[in-house]
Design a protein around this ligand. Structure first.
Ligand code: SF4
Length: 932
């Protein structure tokens, strides 16, 4: 008899009949109702449609809905989208991390001494702090941290709107999280063209760099595997050997931060062996445009004649043997034969003659420094491998995906520009299965229309759409050569100074202590010719930026809504607690669980979780669908959703302002603000006080804007759970996809440019590899080049890299008990075992990671897949999961590249989520040592 039987367990179970056991199992999976849902976090492209099962008012489980239709019979469908986080999501609703009542700090910040308070008290006191801030400093001293928002559009929107109406500021999320690719932006004048994930099926060559798609693209990875099954070759370029390498045809190990050398060497081979696609580069890129050799600037019409345009560039027409203006309103060169090679003479308006050459000539000259042999010394990639990659992509439909990690290197712009050059030379964008990829948001215009509404309903929607159309027409009339996309962007640029979203670089510089870091010469690029502050001050003196909040506007009230600044901000607690926190009179965290920022805040406002409120994740071109997350269950009794909290806070602010006789004020730019009608304006005369009403309006207005069929409405969305976009609608971000949406085709970005010859929104109106801004010339970065990663953090022997971990791409599920049981359940760093042996460190031993910024303690995990001299600290751990409550971010200096303060011309001008300085956190230098 088996021992277990003796112990009585099975005997007890055997008293239950087989039928009873079956019934118990069936009861466990009995449900009362199901709801459509998704998870509104930044697990891009996310938006996976789920079905949530509810019994007795509680969520018991969820599963992938798998209801997307087939779009193109020749392409696998999207189903079933999902990942292990989504499959265990409901466990978070009932987890011990949830905060169930509003809390107020009862001791010193961070000493975990809290008092449970009523909503009335919490919101009343926060309102008073906001009014104090306005009185003592000005409304710009109220700051909302930009965040993708745990909870989706209806979570971040209410607070952003309220703070904006009061004159407070929101930091631009694309810089805060640094998902902004300066390299893509510099090349195309927009950062976000992104084909749909199913378009990848058409690829023949897929190159991933700084990416680990097996971890980070779980719902979409099957397209990589399916394309490979169809014959595509998969190339993985990464310093460490990640789980994605086992599914690649070529794994290309590279020295961290040297991708520009690899990309430029590939370009050198492509040009050297004549593998480039001449018609494509003549038409689509700036490579035929002429550059003056005396100034290294483009030859402009303003050089040739008085009153000439500054953005009219020239080519040399070899058919006629003369200079010819490059067409502005189209990429079509007509019968011009724009030469790529040679040297020519141009007569300036003062009669002088100067030598001019096409950019292509300068590029060839630059690439002499990047033969495969020379580049190999920089990036450690074998020259024959470089040649192989170059020849392959030149003969195939190729895509190069520079993962989010590559944007987070100091010289990320150079790396990405180099890879885009490879794509450009080989004609690899605007065609199915090709191109680069970034994150993007599009296809749901309702929230943008809503922010301008003065009353509910479609009549008001059409008023706003008509106004917008008239404004776009105005911008087109200013310059008839402008495209629709350019007019939209110029309108956004014109509106940016009136908006309350600001590039956070100035907030960080003046108020978060980064001025000192950024001025540390030894942490900067050694090729920087002047001190950081010289560049910074020049950029302001020349009016390239509006530095809000300025030095005389110290922050007083700080809102973190669905984010976690203490974890995410480069420098972490070492930076923020020392510099920002002492200035704050009131720090408020709005979240569903206690995170590290919450622990250090003055107030914690608990919010409803996914499945407890109506929510939309921001829809993405990669998915081409808006997905919907319904309210399946009620939140806990003392927990509210963000829309309700926003209304209650607005009411408190108005009530307290009236009581204090403080109903009018002006902000630092002289804009008058009122508080005695705040609630009326905020709720649009009482029409919008709850999430469902707002959601209904958003869907209705999106249909009116053309995103969906005109008769599509909220009820249809609620029933179906998703809806595919019909058109991009009105947004500048959406227009940047530059492609018609077809019902039966995958989405391929850039098609308007490549097929319809529509110009790009850059200075030269072409994909631009030559940036002739004077700072870029000073830096020697007018064309892409390779520069070594600076010694950020100090002169230490290890380079720390990162990436998203498998269990918590978006960091929220890092505390999910189910997922924790699938890994070690705590942070670690990964290092090469040879380094461990050299330092006398054992596998799983705690080590100290330190540099001039800070120190954190964590167990080390050995893997031969990590290069000697490299350590990998995966992203997303809560600082409180580390021994000293300090994590990797506490060693990151948060450097920005001085060059990204360049502005004032062409596309180097800010508009929300676009051109601006961003902080870096990859390739940080650290020491690793045994803990004393
Ligand atoms: Fe999809 Fe993100 Fe949910 Fe995973 S967590 S199922 S990727 S939406």
């Amino acid at each position: 008899m088996p021992a277990s039987r003796k112990n009585g367990g099975p005997a007890a179970a055997s008293s239950e009949t087989r039928q009873q056991r079956g019934q118990r199992y069936r009861d466990r999976w009995r449900w009362d109702d199901t709801f459509p849902a998704t998870h509104c976090v930044d697990c891009y492209p996310g938006n996976c449609p789920y079905k949530v099962f509810v019994r007795d008012g509680k969520v018991i489980a969820e599963e992938q809905a798998a209801t997307f239709p087939v779009i193109d019979k020749r392409v696998p469908d999207l189903n079933p989208m999902g990942c292990q986080k989504g499959a265990a999501w409901s466990r978070l609703l009932y987890s011990p991390e949830r905060v169930l009542h509003p809390l107020k700090r009862a001791g010193k910040r961070g000493d975990a001494n809290w008092e449970q308070v009523t909503w009335d008290q919490a919101l009343g006191e926060i309102a008073d702090h906001m009014l104090d801030a306005i009185q003592e400093v000005g409304p710009e001293s109220i700051i909302k941290e930009g965040t993708p928002g745990e909870g989706g559009l209806l979570s971040s929107f209410p607070f952003g709107r309220l703070i904006e109406m009061m004159g407070g500021l929101s930091t631009d999320v694309n810089a805060v999280i640094n998902d902004f690719s300066t390299g893509i932006y510099l090349t195309y004048g927009k950062f976000d063209p992104a084909s749909s994930i199913d378009d990848l099926f058409h690829s023949e060559f897929i190159m991933y760099t700084h990416m680990n798609p097996v971890y980070t693209q779980i719902p979409a990875y099957h397209y990589t595997a399916e394309a490979r099954y169809k014959g595509a070759e998969i190339i993985l370029v990464a310093p460490d050997c990640s789980p994605s390498h086992t599914h690649a045809d070529y794994y290309v190990p590279i020295k961290p931060g040297t991708d520009a050398a690899l990309g430029l060497a590939m370009a050198q081979v492509i040009i050297g062996e004549g593998l480039y696609e001449t018609p494509f580069i003549k038409e689509q890129t700036d490579l035929p445009l002429l550059v003056r050799l005396d100034t290294r600037r483009f030859l402009r019409e303003s050089d040739l004649r008085e009153g000439g345009r500054d953005d009219q560039m020239y080519v040399w027409d070899s058919k006629r043997g003369q200079l010819s203006p490059a067409p502005l309103a189209t990429l079509d060169l007509g019968d011009l034969d724009a030469t790529l090679e040679g040297s020519y003479s141009a007569e300036l308006q003062d009669g002088r003659r100067v030598e001019v050459v096409p950019v292509f000539e300068l590029l060839k000259e630059r690439l002499q420094d990047y033969t495969p042999e020379k580049a190999s010394l920089m990036c450690d990639v074998n020259p024959e491998m470089i040649r192989t990659l170059a020849r392959k992509i030149a003969s195939k439909r190729g895509a190069i995906f520079c993962g989010g990690t590559s944007f987070k290197y100091y010289h990320s712009d150079l790396m990405v520009r180099a890879y885009l050059l490879v794509l450009g030379l080989t004609g690899n964008w605007g065609r199915k299965g090709t191109g680069p990829g970034e994150w993007s948001v599009a296809g749901f215009d309702g929230p943008f229309i809503y922010s301008g509404k003065q009353k509910p309903g479609l009549e008001e929607t059409h008023r706003i759409l008509d106004l917008r159309e008239a404004a776009i027409q105005l911008f087109k009339n200013q310059d008839p050569t402008r495209t629709e996309e350019m007019a939209h962007i110029e309108m956004m640029r014109a509106m940016a100074p009136q908006m309350q979203m600001v590039p956070p670089a100035f907030f960080w510089y003046y108020h978060c202590g980064f001025k000192d870091n950024w001025n540390r010469r030894e942490w900067n690029d050694p090729t920087m010719q002047r001190e950081f502050d010289e560049y910074f001050n020049e950029s302001l003196r020349r009016g390239w930026w509006s530095d809000r909040p300025g030095p005389d506007l110290p922050p007083r009230v700080y809102f973190e809504v669905g984010g976690n600044a203490m974890r995410r901000t480069r420098g972490g607690q070492n930076q923020l607690l020392a510099s920002l926190w002492p200035k704050l009179k009131c720090a408020v965290t709005v979240d569903w669980r206690m995170n590290t920022t919450g622990l250090l805040s003055d107030y914690f406002l608990p919010v409803a979780h996914h499945y407890e409120k109506i929510a939309f994740m921001f829809p993405t071109p990669q998915l081409m669908n808006l997905t919907f997350s319904d309210k399946a269950v009620e939140p806990p009794p003392d927990v509210k959703d963000e829309v309700e909290i926003g209304v209650l806070l607005a009411e408190k602010i108005e009530e307290r302002a009236r009581a204090r006789g403080m109903t009018e004020y002006t902000d630092s730019r002289g804009v008058g603000r009122r508080l005695d009608d705040l609630v009326d304006r905020y709720t649009v005369h009482g029409a919008f006080r709850d999430g469902e009403t707002i959601a209904r309006e958003w869907v209705q207005d999106s249909a009116a804007a053309g995103n969906f069929d005109a008769d599509f409405d909220f009820d249809a969305l609620r029933k179906k759970g998703y809806q595919r976009f019909k058109s991009w609608g009105i947004g500048a971000l959406a227009k940047s996809q530059a492609s018609d949406i077809k019902d039966d085709e995958t989405h391929t970005a850039f098609r308007w440019h490549v097929e319809n010859k529509v110009p790009y929104p850059t200075l030269t109106r072409r994909a631009q590899f030559y940036i002739d801004h004077e700072w870029f010339l000073e830096a020697g970065e007018e064309l892409p080049c390779h520069k070594d990663n600076p010694a950020q953090g100090g002169d230490y022997p290890f380079v720390m890299t990162s990436g998203h971990n498998r269990w918590s791409i978006h960091s929220m599920n890092i505390v999910n008990r189910v997922l924790q049981e699938t890994h070690r359940g705590r942070p670690n760093v990964v290092m090469n075992p040879d380094d461990g042996a050299r330092l006398g460190i054992a596998d799983d031993e705690e080590v100290e990671i330190s540099n001039d910024m800070g120190v954190f303690i964590t167990p080390v995990k050995f893997s031969p897949g990590v290069q000697p001299g490299q350590i990998v600290s995966y992203n997303g751990w809560e600082p409180y999961q580390y021994k000293t409550w300090k994590g990797a971010s506490d060693t990151e200096p948060g450097m920005v590249k001085w060059l990204h303060f360049a502005g004032g011309e062409g596309h180097l001008r800010y508009w929300p989520m676009q051109w601006q300085p961003v902080p870096f956190d990859r390739g940080i230098r650290v020491n690793v040592s045994k803990v004393d």
